[in-house]
Design a protein around this ligand. Structure first.
Ligand code: PA5
Length: 432
């Protein structure tokens, strides 16, 4: 298997009255409008340009090579929240596992350990700062607005703990010539990677926001770029069933219209927990407005078969369940034959663990389908840079299509801005 693909059989088998063709022209118009607006600074679709931004990929690559050859740092500490953190976390955990920091420097091939401070939780901030060798830490501070409280406050604490060299160990990823970080960068000569104005936080994973931290942990940017270019062409396919972004958007749209208000994302991979968190933010902040939108829900297979599956199978039929299947698991394990210990073990012997995981997924899909619970599956040939970047890009496009189908703006977040403003008021901060 060499291509990412969707299987809509269970969805269309249950939702027999749904006709994708009825929305075909609408969806293709939306896609065409999204792409034709990508150079418009007001349209917030600049993220569609990122796959082709060779200059940006090159600059990140050069920076990472310099960091590696200087051999000054062991750790990376990333400050940022929401769209300025989750994409990098998703990429690194999916591709390097959440045990990356426990590997030796040799096993990490000299790339940095990584921690993310994405909350104002004092216990977490203190624990992370006290565990790192701060003089061997590269600090990456990410904020498009350049003044987000949950990002700036931990940065100030890290500065206090690190001492006078702090800014020399910093890189900022922020808006060009705007905001507190941009001012600080000029004052203290901190290198800056700009976030394009027409790329919003939750669509910024393939800008330096997601790519720089990921590359500092050894994620292969060439493969990411190749995956994005492939995904870009997949999103232009004019066959509605072959166009994965369009298919996902249609399943989500029709489910919402049928009052199935919960959208479950269930990858069969523990490494994809953060990936689901990234998707939850993308989906919730993009489509939840004007009293519309479905609630994204995280589930991990097979773990949640022993937790939420009971609800999915027999609770209210108000969900669309999307499975993510990894066709071939990297570094798979074979179950040994210990049938001498117990005859029942014979059934497992010789199977790959990843194969059994997929058998479990197929069984879950079958059970849900028998109970008339709409579900579809996206299969990745492998969990690697080439396919994860395709999936993320396709989900971004699917989210933007769905938002447009619902008649809302998928690129703003007025509900978030309001709470930010009230916090600033409470702290007597300048509202801008
Ligand atoms: O997606 C979004 O727009 C938000 O989640 C932002 O990324 C988040 O609020 C952080 O904002 P900023 O990057 O301006 O600090």
């Amino acid at each position: 298997m060499s291509k990412i693909k969707t299987d809509l059989t269970n969805y269309l088998g249950i939702e027999k009255n749904i006709d994708f063709k009825s929305q075909q022209n609408n969806v293709f118009n939306i896609i065409s409008n999204l792409y034709s607006s990508k150079s418009n600074p007001q349209a917030m679709t600049g993220w569609l340009n990122l796959p082709h931004d060779s200059g940006m990929f090159q600059e990140i690559d050069n920076f990472v090579s310099k960091v590696k050859s200087a051999d000054q740092y062991q750790h990376l500490l990333v400050f940022g929240i929401g769209g300025s953190s989750l994409g990098a976390q998703a990429l690194i955990e999916s591709l390097k596992t959440n045990l990356w920091n426990r590997l030796s420097a040799t096993k990490r091939k000299g790339y940095l350990t990584v921690d993310f401070i994405d909350n104002l939780d004092p216990v977490m901030i203190r624990t992370i700062l006290s565990r790192l060798k701060l003089n061997k830490t590269l600090f990456v501070v990410i904020s498009k607005a350049g003044c987000t409280i949950e990002t700036i406050i931990p940065m100030l604490i890290a500065k206090e703990w690190t001492g006078e060299n702090f800014y020399k160990q910093c890189v900022f990823i922020t808006s060009k010539d705007k905001g507190v970080l941009s001012e600080l960068s000029q004052k203290h000569s901190v290198p800056v990677f700009p976030i394009p104005e027409n790329v919003g936080g939750r669509y910024s994973v393939f800008s330096p926001v997601g790519l720089l931290p990921a590359a500092l942990c050894g994620v292969d940017l060439n493969e990411i770029k190749a995956g994005l270019i492939e995904a870009d062409s997949l999103c232009h396919l004019q066959d509605i069933r072959a166009n994965i972004a369009a298919s996902i958007a249609l399943c989500a749209y029709f489910s919402y219209m049928a009052s199935r208000n919960i959208f479950v994302l269930m990858p069969y991979s523990t490494c994809m927990r953060r990936f689901v968190d990234w998707f939850i933010q993308l989906w919730a902040e993009s489509t939840g407005k004007n009293q519309k939108g479905s609630t994204p829900l995280s589930a991990i297979g097979a773990t949640d078969q022993h937790s939420q599956l009971q609800l999915f199978n027999e609770g209210p039929n108000d969900k669309l369940i999307s499975f993510i299947k990894i066709y071939k698991h990297k570094r798979d394990l074979t179950v040994p034959d210990f049938s001498g210990d117990n005859q029942n073990f014979r059934a497992y012997a010789g199977h790959k663990v990843g194969q059994i995981l997929n058998i479990e997924m197929d069984a879950t899909r079958r059970a849900l389908t028998e109970n008339k619970r709409p579900n579809f599956t996206v299969t990745l040939p492998e969990l690697n840079e080439f396919y994860i970047s395709q999936l993320m890009y396709i989900l971004e496009v699917a989210t933007a299509i769905t938002g447009n189908m619902l008649g809302i703006n998928p690129f703003d977040q007025p509900g978030v801005e309001l709470a930010k403003r009230y916090t600033k008021e409470a702290l007597n901060l300048n509202p801008h």
